[in-house]
Design a binder for this molecule. Sequence first.
Ligand SMILES: [Zn+2]
Length: 281
Amino acid sequence: MILPSHFDPLWAAPAQASHEGLWFVFHRTNLLVYTGQDVPMLPMPADVLHGSLRVDPGAARFVGMLGDTPCWAARSAHADAPDGHAFENMRMLFNRLPDDLLAIGGRAVQMLEFDRSHAFCGACATPTAIFEGGRSRKCPSCAETYYPKVSPAMMVLIKRDTPTGRELLLGRSARFPRGMYSALAGFVEPSESIEECIHREAFEEVGVKVENLRYFSSQGWPFPNSLMIAYVADYVSGDIVPQEGEIEDAQWFTLDALPQLPHRLSIARRLIDSVIAEVNP
Ligand SMILES: [Zn+2]
């Protein structure tokens, strides 16, 4: 099936939008796909949707339009997928789903998670209601308004140029696949700027000082709700001291002896590749 490629993220469904669209059905954060094909339901047969999956159309969320096709998010109470389908972890689909479907799926799962985690007012415990056409949830009792949470995080690739060539400071967490190293990353703290976060994390995670921060790019990361903002920085001083409990190992790597790196579609890899390309075009 050929899909239109332009996705318009929207909050409220246009009046003409039917339920005959693309259905992103989740059990927890696992997306329903055709077994072996890695595409979501296109479209979902009504008997499957409301029968064996027991999706409540009233609790479905409109996610946006992919060309002329409305996209919907819904939860299934059942972990068992219908014949010919499977629930797959979204993280595992990262390298396999086309980019636009991955973006829609990421938005879909975050909207469902927002509805689940903000069903009640945190201030007075009254059930909240969808507000502003779906953009927020509001408490009818105390008027507290809630928006989907986005957590900014920084990523920084620290480099230095030595007489024998460029070196990259890469680290690994115990959670990484064995042997894989990447740029440093960490969450921004309240009232902190991205730049302050980079200086703090570089010192906390590996004990080094950096300068000349240069913005590279950013990427929404819906697992669960980050916005990764990536920079390049120049090394100033300090010997590498990996932060206990956070960084399993960190080292300077020369460009001809790099370790295993993150997947080529990730922002971490694009960041690393761009800094390598500056000296190895
Ligand atoms: Zn309230």
